[in-house]
Design a protein around this ligand. Structure first.
Ligand code: HEM
Length: 476
């Protein structure tokens, strides 16, 4: 690998592309146009993965160029073998081609499922679920038990998502013998694993890695589960004469009314549910875990956040969603954590041959935007490796897709449609965990000793398996 970029030492990264930010050019394609593009817009790599031309973007300016200026040309996601088993023939949102179907489905999701009104309908549920977690952590605190914080957070976010989707929590017997969480994790790992067929499409039929066989099996398990959920809703409606208000009930009402304005049947409902089961709880849990891990490693920041919580919420109360808009430092903490620990890559595909600032990009080229490298770009951030939420105190840079140095939810047409839900849940959970407990590391480990670079994946970067002892700090 060539280092034609800045000769700065970057720390090991979580994405398997640890030194992504170094490259301006790579491999056999030191094209003059690309050189010009890279010099103007920051690190851009162009390479071939198998038969697929691939462009890797790792600077805010270049990401703006691809995700905003040329937003339409890069509005597709690449064809991904796993998607054919998990998307009901691209009836979902994540893998749908950028066509009228995607527009219709995106509109349905944003207006009917992920709107502010719909999200606030589930506010009491979120509060209750977090309350249950605090209750069980309080019991652990009484006996100074070390708890598996990562596992508790994952269960919390999975439960919240299941309650929103189909009004019941996941049960270990759901999805067969292995249990809900394990099958979801296994499927995500399988879908994210490197698959030869994605880079050499003519090898797909051979299924050399056995991944198609495994995904087929997993998709059958999910299909059976989702069919049962929909059947239960049909039955329940027959008995109560009322549609349920969860996402399944909402989508079934749309299906039955015929008001979707496009073909919308059970397979579409199942496809959207899979998007949310795979895309939602894991991303939220990872963000909460990373934030809490950073806070445990940075006691001065934690003290400042605790002080804000004491002033706004008070030590005789738990945090509620109505407090969030006043918790300015919490917002800085979450933004800073998402800068350092985003979903590592946004993946898009070029819909037509196009020219980006004089550089020709062939149709079907893949674009990987490294959110991880962008968040650590030394040209965009002072002291980028340091967790320092105060940098946001006087800054308007936010995560909503217009400031390209901070785009943890992506940007442009295919930006995450669940930003509001994701952000609210992360902020509420982090605030509650910090307000209710002082967190102590086990085995005499000191703050600052948590390793922040392990156990990370390509699609959802996960913090270390966080184990800690909670000490209850409220007076109620
Ligand atoms: C911390 C929480 C979350 C983060 C950081 C996150 C991040 C992302 C990112 C980076 C993308 C790709 C955007 C792009 O291509 O520009 C995305 C897309 C998506 N996310 Fe999220 N997400 C989160 C939570 C959720 C939740 C809770 C849901 C569902 C309930 C969700 C559903 C989706 C869907 C359906 C897409 C595909 C949109 C499309 O292609 O049109 N996400 N998300």
């Amino acid at each position: 690998l060539l280092n034609l970029g800045k000769k700065k030492k970057l720390p090991p990264g979580p994405t398997g592309f640890p030194i992504i930010g170094h490259f301006h050019l790579l491999g056999k394609n030191p094209h003059q146009d690309l050189r010009r593009l890279a010099l103007k817009h920051g690190p851009i790599m162009y390479m071939r993965f198998g038969s697929v031309p691939t462009i890797i973007i790792s600077s805010p300016r270049a990401s703006e160029l691809f995700l905003k200026t040329h937003s339409l040309a890069f509005a597709n996601r690449p064809d991904h073998e796993a998607s054919s088993y998990l998307s009901y023939e691209q009836r979902n949102l994540v893998f749908a081609r950028y066509r009228p179907y995607w527009h219709n489905m995106r509109k349905l999701c944003t207006l009917e499922l992920l709107s502010s009104v719909k999200i606030s309908q589930f506010q009491p549920m979120r509060q209750a679920e977090i309350g249950l977690m605090v209750g069980s952590l309080k019991k652990a605190a009484e006996v100074r038990q070390t708890v598996d914080v990562s596992m508790r957070i994952s269960s919390l976010t999975a439960n919240m998502m299941c309650l929103m989707l189909f009004e019941r929590k996941f049960a270990d017997k759901d999805l067969g013998e292995k249990g809900f969480k394990e099958v979801v994790d296994e499927t995500m790992e399988e879908a994210a694993a490197f698959n030869l067929g994605d880079y050499f499409p003519y090898l797909r039929g051979l299924d050399l890695q056995g991944s198609a066989r495994r995904l087929k099996k997993l998709s059958k398990i999910f299909d059976g589960f989702l069919e049962r959920i929909i059947d239960d809703h049909v039955q329940n409606k027959k008995e109560t004469k009322q549609s349920s208000q969860d996402f399944v009930g909402t989508m079934m009402a749309i299906m039955e009314s015929g008001e979707a304005g496009f073909d919308f049947d059970r397979s579409h409902i199942k496809a959207v549910l899979l998007d949310m089961i795979f895309g939602g709880p894991g991303s939220i849990a990872a963000a909460v875990e990373w934030t809490l891990s950073e806070l445990i490693n940075h006691p001065v920041v934690t003290k400042k956040l605790e002080k804000e919580l004491e002033e706004i919420v008070g030590l005789d109360q738990t945090v509620e969603e109505s407090h969030l808009s006043s918790l300015k430092y919490l917002d800085c903490v979450v933004r800073e954590s998402m800068r350092l620990h985003p979903v590592p890559l946004v993946i898009r595909e070029c819909m037509e041959d196009c020219e980006v600032d004089g550089f020709h990009i062939p149709k079907k080229s893949r674009v990987l935007v490294s959110l991880w490298a962008i968040g650590r770009d030394p040209d965009a951030w002072t002291d980028p490796e340091t967790f320092y939420p105060d940098r946001f105190l006087d800054s308007n840079i936010d995560v909503r897709g217009k400031d390209f140095q901070l785009i943890p939810f992506g940007a442009g047409r295919r930006m995450c449609p669940a930003l509001q839900l994701g952000l609210t849940t992360i902020q509420l959970t982090v605030a509650q965990l910090v307000h209710c407990f002082d967190w102590e590391l086990p085995d005499g480990m000191q703050p600052g000793e948590l390793d922040m670079f392990e156990n990370s994946g390509l699609v959802t970067s996960r913090a270390n398996h966080l184990m800690a002892i909670p000490n209850y700090r409220l007076v109620k």
